[in-house]
Design a protein around this ligand. Structure first.
Ligand code: LLP
Length: 432
C-alpha cells in the first residue's frame, strides 16, 4: 500500500499515475519529471468547495494559494473550477492575468510588495490586496489616488496563535515578519488608519497561522481571536466587516504515519465557531475566504528520477544518486521533509533496502531522503518520490546551472506537457 491513492500499479508491476505508466512517462518526457494527476487536483478543489457549501451555506470562497504550484495551466484549472487564487508576487500575478484570470477573484499577498507590484495590482483591479504594514497602506492609498481608483484591501493580522509546525513555516505568532500584531495595538491603529482613507476599501481582515498543520484547534482559535477583534473594532469605530480571510495551512499526508484530517472536518469546526461567535459577539456573520495551497496540489504530484549510481559504503550507508536533487526538491535540505519513495519499475515488490537518495548537486546536503526504505535498485531504474506536488516546482532553482524539469499533467491516462523542460539556452539567455 502506498501513501497516496493517486498512484497505483499496472500488470507490468510499474507505478502508474492516474493510469499513466511511470516508466513510459520517464521514457517519453525524460527525467527528472514532475507528474501531476489533474483529476486529483480537481477533486481536492471540489472537496474544499463542497465543505464551504455544506458547512457554511456556500457563504465563502476557496482561494488556491498558488505559491504551492504556479503555472498557467494551474491558473486555468482554478478558473474552470470557479475558485479564487492567492498570488504573492508580481510574477504570479502576471502569470494568472496572462491566462485571463478574473482580477476580482485574486488575493494579493506579500510582506514587502514593491511600488511596481502595487501599481500592477491596482491597475488590473485585483479584488483584495492583503496589506501587511503601514508603509504599504500609505503607499497603496496614494497609488490608488494617482490612478483614480479605490483598491479593495484586507489587513493581515497576527492573531498570536502558535501552530504546531516547523519553525520556518509558522506565521501567526508575534515574532513574524508578516502582518500587524494584535497585542501591541498596532492592528487596531492600522484598521482605524485604513478606515479613514479615501482610496482603499477595507473589506475585512486576514490571518494565516502557518503551514502543514494537522490540528483543527489552532484554526478554531484563530477564527475566535479574529472575531473578537471584529467585535472590538465595531465597538470602537462602528465599522463592521463583510469578510474574514482565515488563510490556509492544512496538512497533508507525506507518510503513512502522518495523521490525516479530512478537510471537511476543518470547515465543519471552523464554521461552527464562526457562526456561534458572530452571533454571541453581536457582529455580522462574515463571508469567509480560505487559502489552501499544499492540500490542493501536494498529493497530486509525483517526481520521477533516473538512478545514476548506487554507492554502498560498508557499515555506513548506501547512496542512491538520481538525476535531480535539491534543485527540483529543496524541501529535505530546507525542512528535513519526509517523502515516500518507490522504484517505479518494480513498485509492488517489497521495499527491503534502507538507502539514502541523493541528488546530483555539488553539495553534501543535497539529499531527497535519508535512510528510507525502497526496493533494491540499480543504475537505470526509475525512482518515484510521492506527494511532491506542493512547493517543489515552485521552489526549484538553477543551482549548478541545472535546468528545471518539465511538468506533465495526466488526465484519464493521457499525459500532456504543461511546462516545458528548461534548456541551457534559457539558462544563459540573460548572461551578457
Ligand atoms: N495563505 C498564506 C498567506 C500563506 O502564506 C500560505 C503559505 C498559504 C495561504 C498556503 O498554505 P498551505 O495551505 O499551502 O499550507 N515552502 C514551504 C511552505 C511555505 C508556506 C508559505 N505560505 C514548504 O515547502 O513546506
Amino acid at each position: 500500500m502506498l501513501v497516496t491513492k493517486c498512484v497505483s500499479t499496472n500488470l507490468k508491476g510499474h507505478l502508474t499515475i492516474e493510469g499513466a505508466d511511470a516508466i513510459e512517462l520517464a521514457e517519453r518526457f525524460g527525467t527528472p519529471l514532475y507528474v501531476y494527476s489533474e483529476s486529483k487536483i480537481r477533486q481536492k478543489i471540489r472537496e474544499f468547495i463542497l465543505s464551504v457549501n455544506k458547512y457554511y451555506n456556500g457563504n465563502g470562497m476557496v482561494v488556491y494559494a498558488s505559491k504551492a504550484f504556479s503555472c498557467k495551466e494551474m491558473y486555468r484549472i482554478c478558473m474552470q473550477e470557479n475558485i479564487g487564487i492567492d498570488v504573492v508576487s508580481g510574477g504570479e500575478l502576471y502569470t494568472a492575468l496572462s491566462v485571463g484570470f478574473p482580477a476580482e477573484k485574486i488575493v494579493f499577498h506579500g510582506n514587502n510588495k514593491t511600488r511596481q507590484e502595487l501599481v500592477q495590482a491596482v491597475e488590473n483591479g485585483v479584488g483584495r490586496i492583503i496589506v501587511d504594514n503601514l508603509t504599504e497602506l500609505k503607499l497603496l492609498d496614494s497609488i490608488a489616488k494617482e490612478l483614480g481608483k479605490v483598491a479593495g484591501i484586507m489587513l493581515r493580522i497576527k492573531p498570536g496563535v502558535d501552530a504546531h509546525t516547523h519553525d520556518f513555516i509558522k506565521t501567526g505568532q508575534i515574532d513574524s515578519k508578516f502582518g500587524f500584531a494584535l497585542e501591541t495595538g498596532e492592528a487596531m491603529k492600522a484598521v482605524k488608519t485604513a478606515i479613514a482613507m479615501d482610496n482603499v476599501n477595507l473589506r475585512g481582515l486576514h490571518c494565516h497561522i502557518g503551514s502543514q498543520i494537522f490540528d483543527v484547534d489552532p484554526f478554531e482559535l484563530a477564527a475566535k481571536v479574529m472575531l473578537e477583534f471584529y467585535r472590538d473594532i465595531k465597538l470602537e469605530t462602528g465599522k463592521e466587516f463583510d469578510e474574514l480571510n482565515l488563510g490556509g495551512g492544512f496538512g497533508i499526508k507525506y507518510l503513512k504515519s502522518d495523521s490525516h484530517q479530512p478537510y471537511g472536518e476543518y470547515m465543519k469546526n471552523v464554521a461552527a465557531v464562526v457562526n456561534t461567535f458572530s452571533h454571541e459577539l453581536g457582529i455580522k456573520t462574515p463571508f469567509i475566504l480560505i487559502e489552501p495551497g499544499r492540500s490542493i496540489v501536494g498529493v497530486a504530484g509525483v517526481t520521477l528520477y533516473t538512478v545514476g549510481n548506487v554507492k554502498d559504503i560498508p557499515d555506513v550507508r548506501t547512496y542512491v544518486s538520481v538525476d535531480g536533487g535539491m534543485t527540483d526538491n529543496p524541501r529535505y535540505a530546507l525542512y528535513k521533509s519526509d517523502y515516500e519513495i518507490v522504484c517505479a519499475d518494480r513498485a509492488e515488490e517489497d521495499r527491503s533496502e534502507t538507502v539514502t537518495v541523493a541528488g546530483k548537486c555539488c553539495e553534501s546536503g543535497d539529499l531527497i531522503q535519508e535512510n528510507t526504505k525502497i526496493q533494491p535498485v540499480k543504475a537505470g531504474d526509475t525512482l518515484a518520490v510521492l506527494s511532491t506536488g506542493a512547493y517543489n516546482y515552485s521552489m526549484a532553482s538553477n543551482y549548478n546551472r541545472i535546468p528545471r524539469p518539465a511538468v506533465v499533467m495526466v488526465k484519464d491516462g493521457e499525459a500532456r506537457v504543461v511546462v516545458k523542460r528548461e534548456t541551457y539556452e534559457q539558462i544563459t539567455a540573460n548572461d551578457l
